[in-house]
Structures are given as structure tokens and as C-alpha cells.
Write a protein that binds this ligand. Structure first.
Ligand code: GDP
Length: 412
């Protein structure tokens, strides 16, 4: 049967189905055309579906065959997931959450954060020294005067500045005058020598919780430091109780409660204006009863009733010492680096009233006067235990003299 016969047959069929006779051949052609179009569409759809299926199969094969990237961190994550998920049904292949970033990277990141935090001081101190070395190739009288001014401006304090200039003059008197660049090296060494390495190797209590009493004037960052510390202890798996001993400042207890929630710590608080000694008593009792590892007690920081405040702090110490032998094991004085030499005055004042055993120096990121660390170390016999170089929890750092000097002087 040829095409014409086909066409006639279809036209006859359409005419018998009611199409007017004169339109029969045209209708037959239109029908064939429609049929062919439909057929092509079906073929295209079938081909597309087949391609999609093979693409899916290809991806599955890749997921099954290709090993995860061979970075140590990823491996650590996978091992841990397998271990911990062993009796918890099917394992998922989700990407690790942010906090499981490989631990081997942490020191680098934390050091970088510290460097960033000390940026203002670095630029003002090392930047100015570099400029000075560029314009004064020899260590003459004028150079030493400029150097002294730079150190004073960075808040090293008169005593540390004079000591440093003397030491530099002595050490560099026979040095190659053509190589003043070694001044930075020698200065870094001399600064390092004046810093005590005093990161928080917290005392180990004879029995009961480690009790840290935190003192300092309002606004220095006391509550924030307590909160960050609580979170860091909690992240180490320690049970923490917080005592809201600043009953004078209305927002202090609320602020502490926020940190309590954040760190999963219990917060012991009384109503505003109540006796801080009573809060200390309840907090230490609760810490012992709940077998806490650490009690961190906030205290008031109002200065206009200085005598009362100091008496209050002494009383709190007695209360703590009666309940836990040797408590407080640490009396941490919080100082705000941006207040410069005023911080030293505060330190002397608190030291007269209570046995301050360590300093937390906050807000170093907000000042170009980071030399205050050296001033505190050389003028007060109190170790700097912690430094705050930013608002984040990880920005409260154990103080390491080596790290501090490196962060200031390293080239990159
Ligand atoms: P308190 O009155 O001594 O308890 O002081 P707060 O804990 O309320 O802190 C006062 C302010 O200082 C808050 O805005 C904190 O976020 C801020 N702060 C504390 N430590 C640091 C730090 O190391 N760096 C910066 N940039 N801000 C800080």
C-alpha cells in the first residue's frame, strides 16, 4: 500500500465519521501531521527521562566510590561520628557542624584572632617603630627620646619604659649601627623578659569546687568575662555554678542568667539590693551540694562607696572560705585595658583590700595601648591570667607571654 492509498483510506474514514467530503483529504493530512508531532514529542520525553536517570545513577556511584577528602580534620570528624553513632541506627553523611572544625586548626585561628585583637597596639607600637627606624638609621639621643615617647604612648608606663630604653641602650651600644632593625628583635626579647607567663593554671582545690571570686569596678567587663569563662569551663565538660553577687547593679544578675543559659550553668541570685554575702553563701552551698567543679562569683563594682565595697569583698571571702577550704582559690581582678594607667590605680586599690591573685585584662582589641600588659606585669606583682581581645567567647584567652610578644612583633 502506497502513501496515496493510506491518505485516501484515512480521508474515507474521516468522511464516514462526519467530516464533509470536500475536506476529507485535508483533514487526513492534518491528522497525520498531528500524529507525527505527538510521536516526536513522546520520543523526546523518553530520551530526556533516560538521560536524567543515568545522571542520578552517576551521582550515586560518585558518592559511593569517592573517598572523603583526606584532610586530618575531616577524618577526625568521620571517626567520631562512627564511634558515637554506632548504636544509633543509620549513619548520615551530613557536613560537620561549624564547631567540629578540625581541632588542629584551632591554635592557628585563635592566634590569628589574638593578632587581630592586638592590631591597634601593633600598628601604633611596631608601626611607629618601623617608621622611626626608617628615618633614624642610628640609635642616637634623638632616637632614644622618640622611642621613649612611643612606649609611653602605648601605655607601657614610665617605669617599664625607662627600664626598656636602658636595657636597649646597653644591649645595642656595641651593636652594628648599620643594622638598626635588630632593635625590634631586642625590644621583643626585653618585653618578653618583663612578662610573667601566667595563663590560668587554675589552682586545684583540696576538696569541693574551684572557687573563683571576680572583682573589679563597673563596666570593665566583669560579667562578660565570667560568662565567657563559664562557657569555656562548660565546653571542657565541667559543671559550673555562677553566683550573682553584684546585687547592686540591677542588670548584672539578668546578664549573668543569660550567660548561665548559654553555658548551661546554674545561676544563684537573690533580689536586687540584697546582701551579697548571702548570695555568696547560697552560691557556695549550692556548688558543693550540686557537686559543681567550678563556682564563679560575681561581685559589685560600685566605687562611690569604696570603703563599703572593700569591706563587703572581705566578708564574701570569709563566707567562701568557711564553706570550702582555701576558697576563694582565685581572686580575679578584671581591668579594662582601654582605661590605661587608671587600671593600675584600680589594681593597687583592690590589692589593698583583698588578695588579688590574678588579673583578667579586657578590651585589648579596643585600644592601641596594649603596653599596659607590661606595665601591670612589671609594676604589680599580680600575674595577668587572661586577656580579652574581642567580644566572642574564644576571645577571652589565657595569657601567654610568648604568644603576646609574637602577636605584636611577628611580621605576618
Ligand atoms: P561589668 O560592668 O564589669 O560587668 O561589665 P560588662 O561585663 O557588662 O561589660 C561591659 C562591656 O564591655 C560589654 O559591652 C562587653 O561586651 C564589653 N567587653 C567585655 N570584654 C570585652 C573585650 O575583651 N573586648 C571588647 N571589645 N569588649 C568587651
Amino acid at each position: 500500500m502506497n502513501l496515496e492509498t493510506w491518505l485516501n483510506n484515512i480521508a474515507d474514514f474521516l468522511v464516514s465519521a462526519g467530516v464533509p467530503e470536500e475536506h476529507g483529504p485535508m483533514a487526513a493530512l492534518a491528522l497525520i501531521y498531528l500524529g507525527l508531532t505527538l510521536l516526536s514529542l513522546l520520543i523526546v520525553i523518553a530520551l530526556l527521562r533516560r538521560n536524567l536517570r543515568s545522571a542520578d545513577a552517576g551521582e550515586e556511584a560518585v558518592e559511593q566510590d569517592v573517598e572523603p577528602p583526606a584532610t586530618p580534620g575531616t577524618k577526625t570528624h568521620i571517626d567520631r561520628t562512627e564511634d558515637s553513632a554506632s548504636d544509633e541506627g543509620p549513619k548520615t553523611q551530613e557536613a560537620p557542624p561549624a564547631k567540629e572544625v578540625p581541632t588542629f586548626e584551632e591554635p592557628v585561628n585563635l592566634f590569628q584572632r589574638m593578632r587581630t585583637g592586638l592590631d591597634k597596639t601593633r600598628r601604633s607600637l611596631v608601626g611607629r617603630l618601623d617608621a622611626l627606624l626608617g628615618t633614624h638609621p642610628c640609635l642616637d639621643e634623638e632616637f632614644l627620646e622618640e622611642l621613649e615617647e612611643i612606649l609611653i604612648t602605648a601605655d607601657f608606663g614610665m617605669q617599664a619604659t625607662q627600664e626598656l630604653v636602658r636595657a636597649l641602650t646597653e644591649r645595642l651600644k656595641d651593636a652594628d649601627q648599620e643594622d638598626p632593625g635588630q632593635l625590634l628583635e631586642v625590644l621583643a626579647e626585653e618585653i618578653r623578659a618583663r612578662l610573667k607567663d601566667s595563663g590560668p593554671d587554675w589552682p586545684t582545690p583540696e576538696s569541693g569546687p574551684l572557687v573563683i571570686m571576680v572583682v573589679g569596678v563597673n563596666g570593665v567587663g566583669k560579667t562578660t568575662t565570667i560568662g565567657k569563662l563559664a562557657k569555656q569551663f562548660a565546653d571542657q565538660g565541667k559543671k559550673v555554678v555562677l553566683g550573682a553577687g553584684d546585687t547592686f547593679r540591677a542588670a548584672a544578675a539578668e546578664q549573668l542568667e543569660v550567660w548561665g543559659t548559654r553555658s548551661g550553668s546554674d545561676v544563684i541570685r537573690h533580689k536586687e539590693g540584697s546582701d551579697p554575702g548571702a548570695v555568696a553563701y547560697d552560691a557556695v552551698k549550692a556548688a558543693v551540694a550540686r557537686k559543681a567543679d567550678v563556682l564563679i562569683l560575681d561581685t559589685a563594682g560600685r566605687l562611690h562607696t569604696k570603703v563599703n565595697l572593700m569591706e563587703e569583698l572581705k566578708k564574701i571571702r570569709r563566707v567562701l572560705g568557711r564553706e570550702v577550704p582555701g576558697a576563694p582559690h582565685e581572686t580575679l581582678l578584671v581591668l579594662d585595658a582601654t582605661t590605661g594607667q587608671n587600671a593600675l590605680i584600680q589594681a593597687k586599690m583592690f590589692r589593698e583590700a583583698v588578695e588579688v591573685s590574678g588579673v583578667a585584662l579586657t578590651k585589648l582589641d579596643g585600644t592601641a595601648k596594649g603596653g599596659i600588659v607590661v606595665a601591670i606585669s612589671s609594676q604589680l606583682d599580680i600575674p595577668v591570667r587572661l586577656i580579652g581581645v574581642g567580644e566572642g567567647v574564644a576571645d577571652l584567652r589565657p595569657f601567654s607571654a610568648d604568644e603576646f610578644v609574637e602577636a605584636l612583633f611577628a611580621n605576618n
